[in-house]
Design a protein around this ligand. Structure first.
Ligand SMILES: Cc1cc2nc3c(=O)[nH]c(=O)nc-3n(C[C@H](O)[C@H](O)[C@H](O)COP(=O)(O)OP(=O)(O)OC[C@H]3O[C@@H](n4cnc5c(N)ncnc54)[C@H](O)[C@@H]3O)c2cc1C
Length: 463
């Protein structure tokens, strides 16, 4: 089948207005938020509206032997949604129906194009919410599933894979498959829902997601603790987690990141100059409760622990300022990008290893004479480093060193952004070949002719 025939066939499936080819293609859909996307030449962009249309698209692509790449909102940070040359890009933006909010079973059933923001708005007033909170609320549920998105609340609420109960998917040959359901546990065969979560569109196309909802806790306090050293902040974390107070958010920010995000947001935290002068790092602790008096007790307890753990001082921020600080932190990526960051990486290590890992990062940065700043979900050991290294050769070696150091501290290359294209070479170089081979075989079982997101992760690469 020629490209023209494929486009005609896809137009007959979804309607002409929902297939863009050649100069009809909006260049914005050909990249995500990763910092080094290579602009591809795709066959076309297709926007299905229904599950059956996705099945028909997959059948057409299989017959033509054309690669398919799924796209949610394009907020991914590792290039996983950047299509390969010649691909059919399947954009799920029109599959954005909230199918059901089931208040009795505490689940929401959604199409993959529903964004986090829309789901959150739809749940307002229900007493329930979807607790996974990656920093970009325009991300889609389909994209969240495919990347196993995490975010600031992971320390208490977990990540996407802890909240997905069921999926409806389309396999590479157009076959439909329903997995899981509204039930919260299962010991019935291999857990294919969990296998598909985080598979970056390489095993199946997601057309429906069933997620578990949690009760809202309406009372919230945000504590800000400046520390004299980054080491003290990171060493405090295991102790705070062990108190049992259960913070919803535990974020660290180094001095430069804090200065950058507050300046970009025009946010004045009113930190006294004598404290600001000596603070080299900050910890933000968000506490939530269903009862105001319990929240006050928890805030007092955490403040006392922070003081004992070396905080220079502890401030409880006004609710509006606390919300603004969290919003500013969510935009840390854009601030780093605007300032010329060449890479954002999200190594995860055991939480007690964050301090030695960051000490090693600092040593690597000094040795390489590269500027590296950081912040991150320190409660779950996930550090986000902004790397500023214009020299391409140094950059590649440096990233490899940073990843290897994370692995040496018992961690993993990516805690939540995924492998995509950005970390593919590091993943291949640093991963046990036995695991890589198993991943290839799993890929072959789902997608024997390597049509789904090929070459976009090890799992998409033929052996
Ligand atoms: C400012 C900012 C802050 C961020 N903060 C965080 C954070 O704190 N934590 C975090 O985890 N992430 C964070 N991210 C990353 C991003 O929001 C997530 O990776 C998100 O999960 C991607 O969703 P998306 O809809 O944009 O997916 P896309 O970027 O469009 O795609 C991501 C992957 O999902 C696949 N995919 C999309 N839809 C489907 C489908 N229906 N079926 C199969 N595969 C599909 C794509 O092929 C691709 O492999 C941040 C991003 C930004 C820009």
């Amino acid at each position: 089948m020629s490209e023209v025939e494929i486009v005609d066939e896809l137009r007959s499936i979804v309607g002409s207005a929902n297939v863009d080819a050649e100069d009809e293609i909006n260049p914005d859909v050909l990249h995500d938020e990763s910092l080094h996307p290579a602009p591809p030449e795709v066959c076309c962009v297709v926007r299905p509206r229904t599950h059956d249309e996705v099945c028909a698209i997959a059948r057409c692509c299989r017959e033509a032997g054309t690669p398919m790449v799924a796209r949610g909102s394009g907020t991914g940070l590792s290039g996983a949604a950047v299509p390969v040359d010649g691909a059919v890009l399947i954009s799920f933006e029109r599959m954005d129906k909230i199918i059901e909010i089931d208040l009795t079973n505490h689940v929401a059933v959604v199409e993959p194009g529903v964004t986090l923001e829309r789901l959150d708005n739809a749940l307002a007033g229900s007493g329930l919410y979807y607790p996974v909170h990656p920093g970009e609320r325009s991300g889609s549920l389909g994209g969240n599933v495919a990347t196993n998105a995490g975010g600031m609340r992971a320390v208490r609420d977990g990540v996407t894979r802890h909240h997905v109960l069921g999926l409806t998917v389309v396999l590479a040959d157009g076959t439909s498959l329903e997995l899981g359901g509204k039930f919260v546990k299962s010991s019935t065969g291999y857990d294919l829902v969990q296998l598909l979560i985080g598979s970056e569109g390489t095993l199946a196309l997601v057309t429906k997601v069933i997620v578990k909802l949690s009760p809202r806790r309406d009372h919230r306090a945000t504590l800000l603790a400046p520390f004299a050293t980054l080491e003290e902040v990171t060493e405090a974390i295991p102790h705070l987690v062990a108190t049992g107070v259960d913070p919803a958010i535990l974020e660290y920010l180094d001095l430069l990141t804090m200065a950058g995000i507050t300046a970009a947001a025009g946010l004045d935290l009113a930190i006294p100059p004598d404290v600001a002068d000596v603070a080299l790092a900050y910890l933000v602790v968000v506490l939530e409760s269903t009862a105001a008096d319990r929240l006050d007790d928890d805030a007092a307890e955490v403040a006392q622990h922070l003081a004992e753990l070396g905080a220079i001082d502890v401030y409880e921020l006004r609710p509006s300022v606390g919300a603004e600080l969290i919003a500013a932190r969510e935009r840390a990526f854009y601030v780093a990008k605007a300032n010329g960051a060449t890479d954002i990486i999200d190594v995860v290590v055991p939480r007690a290893a964050v301090a030695p890992y960051l000490a090693e990062v600092s040593a690597i940065a000094s040795r390489r004479q590269t500027f590296i700043t950081g912040c991150g979900h320190v409660g779950d050991g996930n550090v986000h480093l902004s790397v500023f290294e214009p020299d391409e050769l140094v950059r590649e070696e440096l990233l490899m060193e940073l990843f290897r150091a994370g692995l040496d501290h018992g961690g993993a290359i990516s805690g939540e952004h995924g492998i995509g294209t950005a970390k593919l070479s590091a993943y291949v170089a640093l991963t046990d070949p036995v695991r890589l081979e198993l991943e290839r075989r799993i890929k072959a079982a789902f997608d024997p002719t390597t049509l789904l997101n090929p070459g976009r992760s090890m799992r998409g690469t033929p052996s």
